[in-house]
Design a protein around this ligand. Structure first.
Ligand code: ZN
Length: 107
């Protein structure tokens, strides 16, 4: 059980609360490099999934108690998303044809 408190006040100042760290320091976490950034990927086992989430990959609900994947950009933990395992792996395979924002702006 991880009590999810309201966001600590103050954006832009990076202070990582110990609560967050504890919540995230699990062994089933890994780092994946994608075109759009470095993702932290965490495998959720069904037993710890106690509410339904909507998968951004297929726009379907992940039912409760379903093993799935949580991923977020390493610097944007608040933007984490819950994915079906299959959707996440498909995402990895797919080379998205969206225009990529490269670091250099094009003029
Ligand atoms: Zn899905």
């Amino acid at each position: 059980m991880s009590p999810r408190k309201a966001k600590p006040k103050g954006k832009g100042k990076r202070d990582i609360t110990h609560d967050d760290e504890r919540e995230l320091s699990t062994s089933n976490e890994s780092i994946e490099e994608h075109d759009d950034g470095i993702f932290v990927v965490r495998k959720i086992s069904g037993s710890t999934s106690n509410k339904p989430y909507r998968c951004p990959g297929c726009d379907q609900v992940i039912p409760m108690a379903t093993p799935h994947t949580v991923a977020w950009l390493e610097h944007d933990q608040s933007g984490r998303r819950h994915w079906h395992n299959i959707c996440w792996s498909k995402r990895n395979l797919r080379k998205p044809k969206v225009e990529r924002t490269r670091s250099a702006p094009r003029y």
